[in-house]
Design a binder for this molecule. Structure first.
Ligand SMILES: Nc1ncnc2c1ncn2[C@@H]1O[C@H](COP(=O)(O)OP(=O)(O)OP(=O)(O)O)[C@@H](O)[C@H]1O
Ligand SMILES: [Mg+2]
Length: 278
């Protein structure tokens, strides 16, 4: 009995997250840690920026120095070797350069990049030079990129109005050198939500129920962390995307309705809380 419990509670993998902090707790590093933990893995972090925000918007962003970001990555990872890395908000060219150098040193193969550019409330989170470097140098070095529709538009220069445009843009990203692409359809005005997975030899359209709610703060961070966790545990990227989408869908469905703006989702729906902690 106790043995069963201990097997169940064993951490499944180790994940390093490189991303920004969200003081409201719904997105960024906070969403990443909650997701990875809820799915049974161990999260380490390298914080790239500290945002002051709540569910109604971003008030300010304080950058962490590129050297400190690199130090967080290498110092943590040389001690506890990550099975996979999730990358979120990288706001400047220098930060991306330091991350590229660090990734080369670490040699971790499984890397998921969520190319965060704009916050849910509309605030721009990275500069133009950074976008260029993501496009020309970073997307080629990761296993999967997970842009939302506005990010896919910026990266490809294509306008996206429907599912067909999403597929076209995903192909353009593969042409730019991305190995696997998941374009997220949360921003599309449609009855169902569609996320499109594509690589050179495989293609899959995931269709899920769309909820009429404002409480989708951090869905992108949550999804990419969930995918990284499943991927780190040995699932294929396509299957990891499918499971990640299901996890996010249930997180939105069970959202706690906190805040007066874009409220957070419920990251812990996957956890069974033991009686003695209730
Ligand atoms: N209203 C909704 N109902 C169901 N699923 C949704 C809804 N909105 C987004 N999703 C799902 O959430 C995931 C994240 O997609 P989204 O397009 O919101 O990412 P994002 O814009 O990067 O999010 P964020 O604002 O956190 O950066 C996708 O799987 C998408 O299908
Ligand atoms: Mg996002």
């Amino acid at each position: 009995m106790l043995k069963d419990l201990l097997i169940k509670l064993k951490l499944k993998s180790k994940i390093l997250v490189i991303a920004g902090s969200d003081s409201s707790g719904g997105a960024g590093i906070q969403a990443d840690i909650k997701t990875i933990t809820s799915l049974g893995s161990y999260a380490m972090t390298a914080i790239t920026a500290v945002t002051v925000q709540n569910t109604k918007g971003v008030k300010s962003v304080a950058s962490i120095s590129p050297n400190e970001i690199q130090n967080q990555i290498t110092f943590s990872a040389q001690d506890i070797k990550p099975d996979a890395i999730k990358i979120g908000m990288l706001h400047s060219k220098l930060v991306i350069k330091k991350v590229l150098v660090s990734l080369k040193k670490l040699k971790t193969k499984k890397i998921v990049l969520d190319p965060v550019m704009v916050a849910k409330g509309g605030a721009r989170l990275i500069d133009k030079e950074a976008v260029k470097l993501i496009k020309n140098d970073l997307i080629q070095k990761v296993s999967l990129i997970t842009p939302n529709i506005p990010e896919a538009e910026v990266l490809t220069g294509c306008k996206i109005y429907n599912k067909e445009d999403m597929v076209f843009a995903a192909n353009e990203l593969i042409k730019l050198g991305a190995k696997n692409v998941l374009i997220k359809g949360g921003h599309l005005n449609a009855r169902k939500v569609t996320d499109i997975f594509l690589n050179k030899s495989d293609f899959k359209i995931f269709t899920s129920k769309r909820y009429k709610t404002n409480n989708t703060h951090g869905t992108g961070c949550t999804l990419s962390s969930a995918i990284t966790t499943f991927f780190s545990c040995g699932k294929s990227l396509k299957r990891a995307c499918e499971l990640g989408i299901k996890y996010v869908n249930l997180s939105i469905l069970t959202n706690p309705k906190y805040g007066k703006g874009h409220g957070p989702v419920n990251h812990i729906h996957s956890i069974e809380i033991k009686k003695k902690f209730k």
